[in-house]
Design a protein around this ligand. Structure first.
Ligand code: PMM
Length: 281
């Protein structure tokens, strides 16, 4: 992963959805100029990498066609790369991933862990890019029905281990692979909390971890008031708390909608965990 930023702390991956329908920022950055401006702002604010996606994966979402997805993503990847911003591409399609890598993306963030497109792992094996394999059980239109587990931690670990093995078998070097439990993907709020409680079990798979909790529904449910779940835009602080707790456990990265609050939380977690500087004794 020579081209990936490698800070000696948890990395912040800023979210840039170039889609009409993502749950928290859908429609805001469909225009290339607006998307690039937001990507640059995230980077200036402290995002180590900007994750550009052209297909919404929110529960129930319909798929974008491949050409549309590629046309949304590639110009934004090109422009951000040219501006010196490290970029990842959030896609389940090999074709889109390869176009984005050719345009400068240094990381392929595949929410399906290679399951959605049979060509993905071999394609990634052939390029110099990192690969995020996220835990996934099926497309958004049916993932709510797939949220059944006897032991969510054991099953997600086993299924991620399978995806890791498949990526290795396809020729993706171990050093390039990052694993993600896929909070909210075929998971209820209870499942997400159970996984967050056991980051140690996920880390035992032997690869760095990426965690995407930012603004997700389980935080809305956690913070629900009389009017129902807390609105998407008012879930930020709980996400920052999760970042601090995950950073204290040395996860590789957090995928977030803002950058600075998360960078600050990571700095505090790191400082608190440091052994030096606590005074005598
Ligand atoms: N979540 C979403 C999209 N892509 N990628 C990874 N690796 N991990 C996630 O948790 C994840 C993801 C859905 O959130 P969004 O609609 O805000 O992008």
């Amino acid at each position: 992963m020579t081209r990936l930023p490698q800070p000696d702390r948890t990395l912040v991956m800023g979210i840039l959805n170039v889609t009409p329908d993502s749950f928290s920022d859908g429609g805001e950055y469909l225009d290339v100029e607006a998307a690039v401006a937001h990507g640059l702002a995230l980077h200036t604010e402290g995002a180590d990498i900007v994750d550009v996606g052209g297909e919404s994966t929110r529960p129930g979402a319909r798929r974008a066609d491949p050409g549309t997805e590629r046309d949304r993503v590639v110009p934004v990847v090109e422009r951000l790369t040219a501006a010196g911003v490290p970029v990842s591409v959030d896609t389940m399609r090999a074709e889109v991933a390869m176009a984005a890598v050719a345009a400068g993306a240094v990381l392929v963030n595949d929410v399906s862990g290679g399951l959605a497109d049979p060509d993905m792992l071999a394609a990634v094996a052939g390029v110099d890019a990192g690969y995020v394999a996220m835990h996934w059980r099926g497309h958004s239109d049916r993932m709510a029905d797939l949220a059944t587990y006897a032991d969510v931690v054991a099953e997600v670990c086993a299924e991620l281990a399978d995806r890791l093995a498949a990526a290795l078998a396809a020729g993706v070097e171990k050093e390039r692979i990052i694993l993600d439990p896929g909070l909210g993907f075929a998971k209820t709020a209870e499942h997400n909390w159970a996984l967050l409680r056991r980051l140690d079990a996920l880390a035992a798979l032997g690869r760095p971890l990426l965690i995407g909790a930012s603004r997700k529904r389980f935080l809305g449910e956690l913070l629900a008031g009389e009017d129902g779940p807390r609105p998407v835009r008012e879930r930020e602080d709980a996400g920052v708390a999760i970042t601090a707790l995950a950073a204290a456990q040395h996860v590789w990265g957090v995928r977030t909608h803002t950058a600075r609050p998360h960078r600050d939380a990571i700095a505090a977690a790191l400082r608190l965990g440091a052994r030096e500087g606590f005074g005598a004794g």
